[in-house]
Design a protein around this ligand. Sequence first.
Ligand SMILES: *Cc1c(COP(=O)(O)O)cnc(C)c1O
Length: 447
Amino acid sequence: MEKKPYTKPVLTRQHAGITNKFAPFVVSRHKDTIDGVSIDALVKEHGSPLFVYSHETLKEQYASAYQAFATRYPKVQFAWSYKTNYLKAICRAFHRLGAWAEVVSGMEYAMAKSLGVPGNEIVYNGPHKSPESLRQAAVDGAMINIDSFDELPELEKIADELGTKVDFGVRVNMTIPGYAMWDRFGLNIESGEAYHTIKRALAHQRLNLVGLHTHIGTFMLEPKFYGDAAKKMIDLAAQLKREFGTTLKYIDMGGGFASRNRLKGSYIPTDQLAPDFDMFADAICSPLLDHYPHDELPLLIIESGRALIDEAGYLVATVVSTKRLPSGTRALVLDAGVNVLFTAFWYDFEILPTTDKGLFTEIHNIYGPMCMQIDVIAEAVRVPFLEKGERVIVRPVGAYNNTQWLQFIELRPRVVMISNKGNIDVIREAERVEDVIRLDSIPRWLR
Ligand SMILES: *Cc1c(COP(=O)(O)O)cnc(C)c1O
């Protein structure tokens, strides 16, 4: 190999923010308002950290999802997934827009009832339905989707005690080519488990099969998987009709559509990757429309959660300290960490300053206030040079954070919602120490 001629090394200053051969084009952006409301004013009034919901975005997301299905399929019903976000105002907002409730535990069942949702508009899923809540759901005429064979005798007993017919659905799972199946929820189709459980259920005079349910996964980026799942549901329904003469009232395709968040380690931003609602709707509705005569179409239930609420939620946080790590990387410590941002474990959020900091950005690690090594909101992200007291906005955070947040070390902050008229309402008060210790008690001998 020929030796290359020597050239003297030179240092060339590279300007951040301008595309060059060493770095992608990086522009520092900022966001100082949400729906026209000043973030500064929000924090002055409500404190930091602060969760902020845009009702306008919630409404738009719901409308585009609903439209996608309703323009293709004449009988579609959305059911709001409570575990995705069960702040009362969020649930109520979705119910106002026409969504039923989808709950996965006795606690969530009671929450839906307390919001005034009638039993026949509650879809009751989940691997653990407490006996009392299962009984209540049977009395209320809720859509109970059984998850395991063991739930059958319980439901039979309830039906016998009530002395009435009880409608039920069955949650199923199935092999989908190219997809690592979720096999722990519901009953498997291919193994015959679903069929045999249904057969046993139908032998009981008081149980009446009315629906099939599946929820194939979450943050799904491939509409085709839904099409494959729908076909398997249709085949099973056809077999049940042939053998037992059952006509299903509903087919429930669950949720799981991806939001515009970015999964950790994914190079392409999800807003360029996530299919839109039309593609999911197409995949699901086409096989149903192909199979059923128009007047025999079952009700199609969709339980989309994260895709409807993620983008409507923001977290405003404040820099409480900054440091230079031994590696040279700069670090920010915020007043909010994984305690309130559970989804930080799998998302790379967008993190923006709330004032214009110019073009210069630097690689940062962003930490929360927990005394724990795992309290990392973002690693090696480009943000401008921020100092103590300055603020950032983290988005999208509307899905799963206000249900999975922890009361750990810190109190959970206030949550506000901005209405379409620009009004700001507190939809959850900040916790106080009294709230945290209210249920504790000290044994007499320790007093
Ligand atoms: C969690 C869940 C949903 C909602 O899932 P997303 O991924 O938030 O859309 C819907 N149905 C069931 C049964 C669930 O467990």
